[in-house]
Design a protein around this ligand. Structure first.
Ligand code: ADP
Ligand code: ASP
Ligand code: MG
Length: 442
């Protein structure tokens, strides 16, 4: 059995939906189809959730969403029926905007309409292609905790629900990204979370393969939008791909690979507009394991420096610091320490899967026992590969290549699969291009 996930651009227009539906129709093993919202819709919904929205802006955003979907529906065979289905969701979305109390729970409920609308339409396009899929509300299966915006799936409940609700011989179409907590509230798995949903589904149904259909022909040596001559990687290990996704390779949500590894599911990333290209196979053990396989970039990072003379010859300081961060659910990426200071990087990018919010509360609390410096507008670049902690001969050329740039923090040795550093945001893309040319193209 194959679980196939189609991202936003793969269902963003009628033509894209047709191409994706044809992929589903081409192999009867594709039996659980997971899709995202049409591309741009989740961003519009996020914009709609802003508290300072006036009615003109609100109508404009709603208008964009409506137009995007009606444009697709306009090509469908059974237009009236599809339009009906669409408007049921769209009207609920409109009503939802009138509720007061725009908390995180309210936001997750709002964001879910993106996937609700896209699946309502895609199920019909599948039908046009001879695929009679049953539409399924993912919230019935994807049970999570109540961390709105970044919910943690509850694997045991998900497995139970899947066993109960899914029948072997049927084909299902469902939503990525969304779930529900024990109270039935809608939750979401973080931006880009449809990949993660699909992988969890693949694990619990015992799928052989998880396919991630997207707008690029696989996992590339770096983001092809930044480096046009980046090329697809035919085979990459789970470990490398996991590091790549955590360090900014947007092509996969950072949590995607864990369920696949646990479930022994093969993963393939391919382009829905070019399905005959091989794409990328993510495997346990790859034939080739170069020291540097890819470069990833994560923008909008924040560097938090915590200075305290009390740290000198003290014990317990780091524990205290991390306790405060943990209490505020702040996840830390890189850490570098000296005798009296600790520097930490945080992912504060707007669309980050695990976006960190550095609130005044946290800063106040930290301020009680240390001096805090917050620096924004930084970027994290990671070289992804194999045995990087042991490979000699990379540090020298890397430091020489970075000579003229303002490198802030380096992390080398913690993982065999990555070597990363922090740099000014406005230099980041140039550095990625330069390093790609030097370490990959050559
Ligand atoms: P989807 O909507 O299908 O989930 P995303 O936009 O989330 O698609 O992810 C695909 C995008 O990820 C590509 O268009 C590309 O710009 C970006 N990307 C970043 N790094 C990489 C990489 N190493 N390989 C491929 N794509 C990458
Ligand atoms: N629609 C959601 C987002 O844009 C989830 C996804 O696309 O994976 O973040
Ligand atoms: Mg994505």
């Amino acid at each position: 059995m194959i679980v196939s996930k189609f991202g936003g651009t793969s269902v963003g227009t009628y033509e894209a939906m047709q191409r994706s539906a044809k992929i589903v129709a081409a192999d009867s093993d594709r039996r659980l189809i997971v899709i995202s919202a049409t591309s741009g819709t989740t961003n519009d919904l996020v914009a709609l959730s802003a508290s300072q929205l006036n009615s003109t802006m609100r109508e404009e955003l709603l208008g964009n969403i409506e137009k995007r979907h009606l444009e697709i529906i306009g090509h469908c065979k059974d237009q009236e029926h599809v339009r009906d289905r669409f408007y049921t969701e769209f009207s609920k979305l409109r009503e939802h905007l009138d509720f007061v109390g725009r908390d995180k729970r309210w936001k997750d409920q709002l964001y879910a309409y993106g996937e609700m609308m896209s699946t309502r339409i895609f199920v019909e396009v599948l039908k046009e292609n001879g695929v009679d899929a049953e539409w399924l509300d993912a919230r019935e299966i994807m049970k999570t905790d109540s961390t709105f915006g970044n919910a943690e799936p509850n694997l045991v409940s998900i497995k139970k629900k899947a066993d109960k609700l899914l029948q072997k011989e049927k084909i299902y179409l469902t939503q990525g990204f969304i779930g529900s907590d024990v109270f039935g509230n809608t939750t979401t798995l973080g931006r880009g979370g449809s990949d993660f949903s699909a992988s969890l589904f693949a694990e619990v149904v015992g799928a052989d393969t998880l396919e991630i259909w997207t707008d690029v022909a696989g996992v590339f040596t770096t983001d092809p939008r930044i480096v046009p001559n980046a090329h697809p990687i035919y085979e990459i290990t789970f470990d490398e791909a996991a590091e790549l996704s955590v360090f900014g390779g947007k092509v996969l949500h950072p949590a995607t690979l864990k369920p696949a590894i646990r479930g022994g599911v093969n993963v393939r990333v391919a382009s829905s507009s070019d399905p005959d290209k091989p794409g990328t196979y993510i495997v346990e053990d790859a034939e080739k394991k170069p020291p540097i396989r890819a470069i990833s970039l994560r923008k909008d990072q924040t560097l938090l420096t915590v200075n305290s003379l009390e740290m000198l010859h003290q014990h317990g300081f780091l524990a205290h610091l991390f306790k405060v961060l943990a209490e505020h659910k702040i996840s830390v990426d890189l850490v570098s320490t000296s005798e009296v200071s600790v520097a930490l990087t945080l992912d504060t990018a707007v669309n980050a899967a695990n976006k960190v919010e550095l609130t005044d509360d946290v800063l106040d609390e930290l301020g009680h026992f240390a001096e805090i410096i917050v620096e924004k507008d930084l970027a994290l670049i990671a070289l992804i590969g194999n045995n990087l902690q042991k490979t000699s001969g990379i540090g020298g050329p890397l430091f020489t290549a970075l000579e003229n740039y303002n490198v802030r923090l380096i992390c080398h040795g913690a993982s065999p699969n990555n070597l990363c550093f922090l740099i000014d945001l406005d230099q980041a893309e140039d550095v990625v291009r330069m390093l790609h040319e030097k370490f990959i193209t050559e």
